[in-house]
Design a protein around this ligand. Sequence first.
Ligand SMILES: *Cc1c(COP(=O)(O)O)cnc(C)c1O
Length: 226
Amino acid sequence: MIKDNIDKIRKELPSGVTLVAVSKYHPVEAIKEAYEAGQRVFGENRPQEFEKKVKELSPWIAEGNREAIEWHFIGHLQTNKLKMVLPYANLVQSVDSLHLLQEIDKWGRVNDRIINVLLEIHLGAEHTKQGFKEEEVLDILFNAEKYRNVRFCGLMGMATHTDDRDLISADFSRIDSFMAYLVDLFPELDSFNQLSIGMSDDWNLAVQHGSTMVRVGTSIFGERQY
Ligand SMILES: *Cc1c(COP(=O)(O)O)cnc(C)c1O
């Protein structure tokens, strides 16, 4: 039961840590069920599916005079798909390249919007993983005022895909320390306060390492049917 799963996680999650329910590959009925259980923040990782679900659910929200859903985009975003995502996303968690950041800023300027973003850090040992190196993030934030239509809200990271808890801990420690360093270094960025780390298998560990936002799919909705 989705409700039981959410209740269980909520009971263990420290207050102040946002639970993002990752609903990718699950139908809108599952989102409604989670919503009825009190869940308001949802994450999707594919632009087409994201847009489709937002559009399917918005009449349901409006009809019932329901409280809005907070939508997060958490997947790789190609710049030719911005218009499927940026009009609806309250937060883009997965900004993983300078080119994407520049295009988001440009889209915001044209559409008179400020887009909330997290910068995705390359954490895991996998070579294929997308994301910035620490020095690239520093470079961006030293030039933060160049991106007038972007609001920098923090960092996102995915730990190495492994069962080795020490390795995962080491990844989380690294991003947690880096986050603290950035908050010290850029006090003028007053929205820069979110650390999105932790998924179904490791959110407990992430919370011990300063996570303010956990992205949980399988433990809420069950296995995904690809
Ligand atoms: C799918 C996904 C998650 C959720 O993964 P689970 O293991 O199912 O909790 C979290 N973050 C990102 C970026 C994802 O793509």
